[in-house]
Design a protein around this ligand. Structure first.
Ligand code: AAT
Length: 275
């Protein structure tokens, strides 16, 4: 008998992948965690039945949530990733030679543990000596740090449960204060098909803080709608004016992709420009 995993992406749409083997299934203090060996996407991590990452398409999301900001900053040394317990964002951050320390503030130690065990190609960066793993609520962590980071990346679950606060104006103010005077913030900001109001609100909230706010796109096959948004807020450096790109080994990101990711179709422009 065939086994399938399905995520209800909206109340009217599902994505289903055929499961070859259930590698892990359990409940942490925060969420249901499952790891499946799938025919289409290799090993796949789901939290509360929502796909977080998988071996096949993870490179697109993890390269795009990190390298755009890290190349925009002239000398990123201290980087903070909130969420992202699978380690994929940290792995990419550590490809930049300038980075001295990359801190992960992940609320759920079980996500880190399970990723280390079942997703070594994604979690490998967590073993690096420049990686600093903090198991804590990202909101609490950011409250306790001021003027410390060059880049802050929010690689969070959808705005449900413990991640709700990571999408609020109050949180963005704390992020602004935790950044240095030339710091950059970037977050995954969901689907332009299904999360229009959320994207609009994030853009509005960030514009109240950062002089430069830009939205960019990438295609992530396993996320709802396939097309995914990231929103970046910067105190000084403009991602559209990057003069030199570090030579790093990537599969999706490149200087051309960096610049083209900010070219938005009219329906996306309308989300952030509409009053
Ligand atoms: N790298 C892609 C995977 C993720 S996982 C997002 C992580 O955010 C989860 O491990 C979750 O435990 C963590 N998280 C949620 N809330 C908090 C919080 N308040 N503080 C710290 N960590 C938190 C992102 C997938 C995006 C999916 C899009 N559909």
């Amino acid at each position: 008998m065939e086994l399938w995993f399905s995520e209800n992406q909206t109340k009217d749409q599902k994505i289903s992948v055929r499961v070859l083997e259930v590698l892990y299934s359990g409940k942490s203090n925060y969420q249901e965690i499952a790891v499946y060996k799938t025919a289409q996407y290799g090993t796949l991590l789901a939290l509360d039945d929502i796909i977080q990452t998988n071996e096949k398409d993870e490179f697109i999301y993890h390269e795009m949530i990190t390298h755009v900001a890290l190349n925009t900053h002239v000398n990123p040394e201290r980087v903070l990733v909130i969420g992202g317990g699978d380690g994929g964002a940290i792995r990419e951050v550590l490809k930049h030679k300038s980075v001295k320390k990359a801190t992960l503030a992940e609320i759920d130690d079980k996500v880190v543990e399970v990723s280390k065990k079942f997703l070594p190609s994604i979690s490998c960066g967590l073993e690096d000596k420049r990686a600093d793993i903090q198991i804590c609520d990202g909101i609490k962590y950011i409250q306790e740090h001021r003027n410390e980071f060059d880049v802050i990346i929010v690689d969070s679950t959808d705005p449900i449960g413990p991640a709700v606060g990571l999408f609020s104006g109050q949180f963005y103010k704390m992020v602004y204060d935790a950044l240095k005077d030339d710091g950059i913030f970037v977050a995954q900001t969901e689907s332009p098909f299904y999360n229009v109001d959320l994207i609009k609100n994030i853009h509005r909230d960030l514009k109240e803080l950062f002089p430069i706010v830009r939205l960019y796109l990438a295609t992530v096959p396993t996320y709802p709608g396939g097309l995914w948004t990231f929103t970046l807020g910067s105190k000084i450096y403009d991602p559209l004016n990057v003069k030199s790109f570090e030579d790093i080994d990537t599969k999706y990101y490149s200087p051309e992709i960096h610049n083209s990711a900010f070219v938005l179709p009219p329906f996306v422009k309308n989300i952030i420009n509409a009053r």
